[in-house]
Design a binder for this molecule. Structure first.
Ligand code: 5MM
Length: 344
């Protein structure tokens, strides 16, 4: 394992002002996203849409890495240039989603566990040859009256750590994503408790499986109120509770946190990221607090594109604007813009 290279890549992914674009929607997810704009999910449409994101002029100012799906890492742009090269030529690190989605956890039908460990070592070797510098695996935890159970938490944490150890062995920086879904009416206190339990177990498993913490990134959800909670916590409280939780369970040797957006509206997820960085600037935090957003970076450009070639420029502008504002929030300098407010 080339430890130095892992550390360098992890640090580059959370370089100042920059974060990650999650464009790794699997077949079913991209189909749903395209359905929302009345576009058929063909290979050509998926290529055209993702290529326009990757070729958006100036995007490397804000984007350090892009998480790809298996199809995309093998795909060529309209002029025959591999999409991986389009990214590498701009100094953007290509990454790859390597999990194979979730199934019901045996013996715990209300919980999910992520598949994809079988044969992962060989797949990682191929992805490294194709140009990937990092990998991502997502575990899914939901907060309900009877979940998560300690069995559900430990099964997901174990798989995340197995994935991380295998990735580092292949020279790839693992992005460990234990997503606690926002669905439900739970309070921010319940989210705090579940986040603490999950991260504690994830880092316990990472330590047991000898993962180099300096050569990985954490992709968590923020500590927030459930999406349908009667009273939702404001950004300052989200920032305070999230950092308080992390201080208990997240080792300082992890170079960075790249938050997911989780389906939270663009305005509020950006304000939350901004409050997190403002608080970290004030009270201090050992980790870079950045982003690895899917929906919150792509909602506006997807709507502007609407599957039409003539909308490419408008979609690129929408993506550039969301990336610029998210980068501002990543530095604690975000000021909502009027145009942006009407677009979301
Ligand atoms: C972009 O969406 C990713 C792929 O999801 P599926 O495997 O369900 O198709 C997803 O893993 C994403 O990277 C994270 O959930 C973060 O995305 P959001 O939209 O929550 O920022």
């Amino acid at each position: 394992m080339d430890k130095q290279r892992l550390v360098q890549t992890a640090e580059a992914l959370v370089a100042a002002k920059k974060g990650i674009l999650a464009a790794d929607e699997s077949g079913g997810t991209i189909k749903r996203r395209f359905y929302s704009i009345n576009v058929e999910s063909t290979e050509e449409n998926r290529r055209n849409y993702r290529e326009l994101l990757f070729r958006t002029a100036g995007i490397s100012e804000f984007v350090s890495g892009v998480i790809l799906f298996d199809e995309t890492i093998r795909q060529e742009g309209a002029d025959g240039t591999p999409l991986v090269k389009v990214l590498l030529d701009q100094g953007i690190v290509p990454g790859i989603k390597v999990d194979k989605g979730t199934i019901s956890l045996p013996g715990a039908p209300d919980e999910l566990v992520t598949e994809g460990l079988d044969g992962l070592g060989d797949r990682l070797k191929e992805y490294a040859e194709l140009g990937a510098g990092f990998t991502k695996w997502r575990g899914v935890i939901s907060i309900t009256g009877n979940t998560p159970t300690s069995y559900g938490v430990s099964a997901n944490a174990h798989a995340l750590a197995r994935f991380a150890a295998l990735s580092q062995e292949a020279g790839l920086v693992p992005i460990v994503e234990p997503e606690i879904l926002r669905d439900g009416d739970h309070s921010i206190d319940q989210c705090f408790d579940v986040t603490e339990e999950v991260l504690r177990e994830v880092f316990n498993q990472l330590a047991q499986q000898k993962v180099l913490l300096e050569g990985m990134l954490l992709k968590p959800s923020m500590v927030i109120s459930g999406g349908s909670a009667a009273q939702r916590a404001e950004p300052e409280e989200v920032a305070e509770r999230t950092l308080d939780c992390f201080k208990r369970v997240l080792p300082a040797s992890v170079p960075g946190v790249v938050f997911l957006s989780g389906g939270e509206p663009d305005g509020s997820v950006t304000a939350n990221l901004n409050a997190l960085n403002q608080r970290a600037n004030k009270v201090g935090a050992p980790w870079e607090l950045s982003f690895s957003f899917g929906r919150s970076l792509q909602g506006a450009p997807l709507a502007a594109w609407a599957g039409k070639l003539e909308n490419t420029e408008a979609a690129a502008l929408a993506f550039y604007t969301r990336a610029r504002l998210t980068s501002a929030a990543r530095q604690g300098n975000y000021v909502p813009e009027e145009k942006e407010m009407s677009a979301v």
